[in-house]
Every structure is written in C-alpha cells, then in structure tokens.
Design a protein around this ligand. Structure first.
Ligand code: 6R9
Length: 650
C-alpha cells in the first residue's frame, strides 16, 4: 500500500475519553440531519440566552427566496457568552495567552481582566457615538486589543469589520467605504518576524481616499511607539480612551439574527464581498465545532496560529474558544522567527494541547528538515489541526510524525469564510484518518457532489461540492448586496449552496477536497480573486491586458502567474516586470505579489473574445501536452508563442 493510502485508525484511549466517539458521531449526525430542530434546540443550551428561542430553523435556499434564519426569536449577547458567564467559575483562568513576536515577550490575560477591558472599551465606543448596528473597522496587529475590540463591539451590538493588517491602504479604504465605518481601530505599527509594518501610516493613507470621510475617530493602540503622524480631533490613543471609561457596561441583548460582523473575502469576480455573519447561530456553531473537532476539555491550552484578519481567527482564536471558556493562545509573530523551531518552543513554553495551523506553515518548516524540531519536546500536544487549503499527504505525514511525535490525530478541517465554522472534518475520537482527506461532514452538514449540470452523483465520484441545507454558522448575506449573495452561491445549482470547491468522494464516503474550481486563487491559504489582481495590473499605464492564474507551488500551495500584454509603444524589460510586481504589491498587499510575469503578445481567446484561462493554467503549470480542446480558439498561434516563451522556472 502506498503511503498515501495509509489509514490512521482512531486511538482507543482517545475514543474512550473524547466528547464524541464513532457511535455517538453516527447517532448525532443522523439526528442532526433528520430532525435538525431537535438537535439544534438541544445544542442551543450551550449558550446563555436572554430569551431562549422557540423557533429553531427557518431557512430557504431557493434562488428566488434565499432566506436563512436560525433561532430567530432568541435573544443573547455574544460578549456576555464569551466573558461574563465564565467569571464565576473561571474569572482567574487565563482567557488569552499572548506570545509576542519577540520570544521574550508574553502576557497572560484572565477572563476577569478581559471582561473589564472589554467593558471599558465598549463604554468608550458608546461615548464616540457607536451603538447597535453601527460598523467599526479593525486594522490591527495580533495583539489582545484586537480580540478586545471585537468583543467590545459585540457587547454594544456594533458590527465589526476586521481588515487583515497585510492589506494596502487602498484595500483598506475600499472596505471602510463599503461598510461605512465611523470608527477605525488600529495600532502605530505591527511587528512580525522582527520587522515593523506601519499600520497607522496605512490608515492615514487610506483616509485620504474618496468616500472615507465617514471616519470620525481613529483609535490607536501603542504597540511599538514608532513614529507616526497625528491628526488632532480624529486620532486618539486607545489606552487613554479606555482607561478613562467606566468598567460597568451592561451587555445589550441582541436578536439572534442581528449582525455580529462583516468579513470581506475574494470571489471569482468583482470587488471583495462583505459576508455578513449573525449572532446566535454563528456563535453556537463556532463553540460546538471548537469543542468537538478539537476535543477541547477544560484546562487545555489551545493555539490557533491564524491571524484575526481571517475567518479562522474570528471563529477559532476568539469566538469559539472564548464561548467555551477556553484558554486561547494568540501569537503575534511568524513560525520561522527567530528560528525555525519557534512553533515547538511556544508549545513547550505554554503547554499547548491543541495546535491548529496551515499546510503552508507546515511545508515552510518541512523544507528546513526535521532537526528544526529538536529544540522542543511537544509532549503536551494532544490534537493537531490544519485549515486553509488542501494538505498534501507528505506534509500531513510530516506534521503527524515530526511535530506530533506520531501521537496526535490531525483534524484536516475544510470550511470557508462563508460557512462560519468547520464543515467537513474528522473528529479526534470518532474518525479514522487518511492523510490529505477532510473525511466526514460535521453535524448538520449535508454535502453532495454534482456534475457541471447540477446532477447529483452518487457513490465514489468526482465533481463539484455543494451543500444541500443550511447550518447555523452560515453567512446570511453580502453586506448591502443580497442579490450578489444569491447570485454567487445559490444560482449555479438551484436550491443548494455552491462552495466553489471541487472534491472526490471515495468508496468509504470520505471527502477529499481538490481545490477551487472557480477563478479564486489560494496562495498560502489566503484567498484572492484573479479579477482583483488583473484589474490592478490593467490600471498600470503600460499594461493593455492581463490574465492571472494559479500554478502549483511547493510551499505556498499555489503561486501567482501573470500574463501581461503591454501597450504597443512599451518595451518589455525586466525592470518593468519588477515594477509591475511592486505595483500589485502596493495596490493590494504583499500577499498578492505575482511570482512570475510572462509577456503575452496576445491572449488565447475564444471567438467571442473570452480569455481561455484553462489554457493559461496549463501553460503556467507546464502541462502543455494536455491542453484539451483548443478548437474554439480565435488564433491558435497565440498559444504556440506562449508555450515557447513560457517562464522557465529556475
Ligand atoms: C477557513 C478558510 C476557503 C477556501 C475553500 C477551500 C480552501 C480551506 C481547506 C481547504 C482543502 C481544507 N480550504 N480549508 N481546502 N482542505 N481543509 O480557509 O476560509 O479563507 O474563506 O478559504 O479554502 O478552497 O473554499 P477561506
């Protein structure tokens, strides 16, 4: 049997101690899909409600009426559930362990301290005129103040929009304008891998862009005391404002369907979409998945190594763990600084039991050899997890053997910004593992595989992944654009949610996610639309046309390969290639920097003028033997030229 077909059966002692074993999984799964009302009514008791819901599920995926409501007559406050209700039993337990970029810096914040700080900030925001339904943009480093700001918004019913700190001023400005935020919370600088990123300067630049004059106040966390500009009247120090506020702040009871946050993500077309997540269903789903997928038990130290700027940080650094009264570790830095053993050292230093990270991080470490883990023991680990992209079996095996000492099961969790929480994933005490396989649906999730015409495929098969019915953590809409929500997710195949991912279902009914089947790139687990990068490139004065595709990359999963047609009078030089890379980097952010640019005197187009990306993808991947059907090409010689001048990888 090849390594890739190896099976890792559930460990018997784990099955005995875990919240869910294989029998329990089958029983609960069946109930969750056959009688969702009963299943989710019971689960809703995990949360503290101001009003316990009578109505549980009220959802429609019909494209003429996409309407998703869970617990719609329930009332609760998300921050109360993440803080206040834990005070009596675990007020002095660490809620957040913050590990700085510099290994000599860490901080422990108890539930009591977090509750107090969040209450003060919530009062401060109220004093700035922020109330129920108002939006606040967060552009923050990985510091506890980021979690405080999210929870402070939740406490007063404001809606946060976290923008990843690696995005450019323009990207930030677009999101501020779309969400109409009157307050922005940021820091002077962030620190990653020993380098500073000028967050406040970026905010200043963003706020010169059209439409951003909605912003009245910028709260600035002092992280590095680096030099920044100051605009009196608009800019305020976070600590001064918070210190001055009272720590008495009642949590506002919100309807379960009131929005909790907006999070922008890339799709195949247009500008990024602000997905809207609501309060009751989202929190319940984040809490339930966090507890069962990682088999979290009280006292475990849990570490999700994502950034709060992504959905993984929302659900699995902040909301899920804190709703469960867990200790959540927040890491400011990068896995390779100051050396490649950092992850293991953090695990030992804080006795981490659960480690949740990305395939990209694993591959980056793997490239340096096993000895990088010699500087740590990692005996405290119990469960490992990965997210963000398909994990190749080699990286899975390495994570299992080298990081987890061949003792810890790996939860390969497939999910999306749109799904709010885990959708297809093993459970530590229930699921036999196959390296590279996301395995089985979580409670309430009904995956199906369809062909391009939307016909259901049964048994072992390959195709497009859809979800047949709603689950509580699902995004409800796109901010200010329900039409686009319906169009993007519910119109490709009638009556089902379309994920944008391809998958294979094997003989045992296990799901293997094969990656995006639309024009979305996944670079190091970061989602990007090819259209966003293309529109940045064509905005450059030398560029006539641009086409962006992904190609297989050893560490990042996918790299960015760009075909550029220059304007007639422009010389194709190496300097121009560098300039175009910098252009995109500055326009969108470092994560969007192209890896390769190939000059394309012409693009392969259909006779109706559509670029045939399928062909460009094949050329980028150097799979030029199997270009498939090229009969619809307007000018086949274009393809020959592109193959001949393909960028040669060194
Ligand atoms: C949580 C998150 C979503 C896209 C998704 C898919 C890819 C995520 C995966 C995975 C294979 C996994 N993806 N987890 N592919 N196996 N375990 O990453 O959200 O940033 O919205 O990305 O990421 O392609 O559609 P998001």
């Amino acid at each position: 049997m090849s390594e890739h077909q190896r099976l890792y059966p559930v460990d018997a002692s784990l099955a005995a101690s875990a919240w869910v074993d294989a029998d329990r999984y089958r029983e609960l799964y069946r109930q969750s899909v056959e009688d969702p009302d009963t299943f989710w009514r019971e689960q809703a008791k995990r949360l503290d409600w101001d009003r316990f819901p009578d109505t549980i599920k009220n959802t429609s995926f019909a494209s003429r009426n996409v309407d998703i409501r869970w617990f719609e007559d329930g009332e609760l406050n998300v921050a109360y559930n993440c803080l206040d209700r834990h005070l009596e039993r675990r007020g002095d337990q660490p809620a957040i362990i913050w590990e700085g970029d510099d290994p000599d810096q860490h901080k422990i914040i108890t539930y009591r301290e977090l509750h107090q700080r969040v209450s003060q900030l919530a009062n401060a925001l109220s004093a700035l005129g922020i109330g129920k339904g108002d939006t606040v943009t967060l552009y923050m480093p990985m510091v506890p103040e980021a979690a405080m700001a999210m929870l402070a918004c939740a406490r007063i019913g404001a809606v946060h929009s976290v923008v990843f700190g690696g995005f450019s001023p323009d990207a930030l400005a677009g999101r501020i304008v779309d969400s109409r935020s009157r307050v922005v919370i940021t820091a002077d600088e962030s620190v990653r891998g020993g380098k500073q990123v000028p967050l406040k300067d970026n905010v200043d630049a963003a706020l010169t862009r059209e439409g951003t004059d909605v912003v009245e106040t910028v709260l600035v966390v002092k992280r590095t005391s680096g030099e920044i500009e100051w605009q009196d009247g608009r800019d305020r120090w976070f600590d001064e404002v918070v210190d001055a506020a009272s720590s008495e702040c009642p949590a506002v009871a919100m309807n379960a369907e009131d929005p909790l946050f907006i999070l922008y993500t890339s799709g195949s077309t247009g500008t990024p979409k602000g997905l809207k997540h609501t309060s009751g269903g989202y929190l319940l789903y984040a809490a339930l998945t966090h507890e069962t997928v990682f088999d979290y038990h009280p006292g475990d130290v849990y570490w999700c190594a994502a950034d709060v700027g992504w959905i993984t940080g929302h659900s699995y650094i902040v909301y899920g763990p804190l709703a469960n009264g867990a200790t959540t570790l927040m890491f400011e830095g990068v896995p390779t600084y100051p050396d490649h053993g950092r992850i293991g050292k953090i695990v030992d230093k804080h006795n981490v039991a659960i480690l949740y990270t990305s395939p990209t991080a694993i591959r980056a470490l793997m490239a340096h050899g096993e000895h990088i883990m010699d500087s740590s023991q990692r005996d405290s680990l119990k469960v490992l997890g990965t997210v963000g992209e398909p994990i190749n079996p080699e990286a899975w095996e390495w994570f299992y053997r080298v990081v987890g000492n061949s003792r810890c099961p790996i939860m390969d969790t497939w999910w999306q910004t749109e799904t709010g929480g885990h959708m297809i994933t093993p459970l530590p005490g229930a699921t036999d593992l196959k390296p590279g396989c996301a395995t089985q649906p979580f409670f309430g999730v009904q995956p199906a595989v369809v062909d391009n015409d939307g016909h259901r495929l049964e048994g072992a098969t390959d195709g497009n992944l859809v979800i047949l019915d709603s689950w509580p953590g699902q995004a409800r809409s796109i901010w200010n654009n329900h039409e686009r929500f319906v169009q993007t997710y519910f119109s490709t195949y009638e009556g089902v949610y379309f994920t944008g991912d391809g998958c294979r279902r094997d003989e045992q009914g296990d799901y293997w996610i094969t990656g995006r089947i639309d024009d979305v790139l996944n670079v190091s687990g970061h989602r990007m639309g090819t259209a966003e990068i293309e529109s940045s490139l064509v905005a450059h004065e030398s560029v006539a046309e641009a086409a962006v595709v992904g190609y297989p990359h050893d560490i990042k999963g996918q790299g960015i390969y760009v075909y550029v047609t220059l304007n007639d009078d422009v010389e194709p030089t190496d300097e121009l290639k560098q300039a175009l890379k910098q252009w995109v980097r500055k326009d969108i952010g470092p994560i969007a920097t192209p890896d390769f640019i190939q000059w394309a005197p012409g693009m392969p187009k259909t006779r109706s003028g559509k670029i045939m990306r399928r062909i460009l993808r094949k050329i980028a991947a150097n799979e030029t033997d199997g270009l498939g059907d090229t009969s619809t090409l307007a000018d086949p010689s274009v393809v020959e030229d592109l193959i001949e001048n393909r960028h040669i990888k060194s």
